[in-house]
Design a protein around this ligand. Sequence first.
Ligand code: G3P
Length: 249
Amino acid sequence: SAARTFFVGGNYKMNGTLDSTKKLIDILKSAQLDPKAEVVVAPPALHLLLTKELLSGSKIGVSAQNAYHKASGAFTGEISVTQLKDAGIPWVILGHSERRTLFGEKDDDVAEKTKAGLEQGLSVILCVGETLAEREKNESINVVVRQLDAVAKQISDWSKIVVAYEPVWAIGTGKVATAEQAQEVHAAIRKWANDKLGSQAGEALRIIYGGSVAAKNCKELASQPDISGFLVGGASLKPEFVDIVNARL
Ligand code: G3P
């Protein structure tokens, strides 16, 4: 696990103004961040270019929260992977549970987007995770494997993908998965990756946890062997995000 660079993403979701985003970025730029951690922030699309500009010269990366797989055309309201590439945005979050549950994205849609993003040279934070009902039926691992298999049907090189395990019941609920619950699913994803991609790519794959990550729970989660970082929602909008980036210090 020491060989995998610790990764912390801040998913701002549909929050913030130009002014509040600038303030957040200022806090991050002046903070003492673990030099060994890779940090990426994902503001709303409208704030991406400002954020990129504010972060120029810093090591913090920028990510979109979603993108469409077609390069251009009559898709009102969408932003394409090609446009992200053109604008110099190197990362995109795909398959977030809010996209899946509120906006109807299916496993195959997420797979198609992932393929298109990689074709443009983007790096992808690929989100997977089960609902509460699925966990109660003991289907957590089946669900994430199904979601990953859909992507693996379309792409073979996973070197630019970070997998985010985000159990839906833990997102925005304050109900964090225990370190044991998270590690169990991360280990299953690791096994899936080793079987499917070979042990070299499988061991190199970064699997990060998302769902009510906070300063008070990040250290225990970060000490698990298959947890290589976090995707943070609510707490990424607060100065507390710095403590989460520094979870391994
Ligand atoms: O993508 C991160 C996210 O879904 C987790 O949100 O607010 O529970 O940290 P939150």
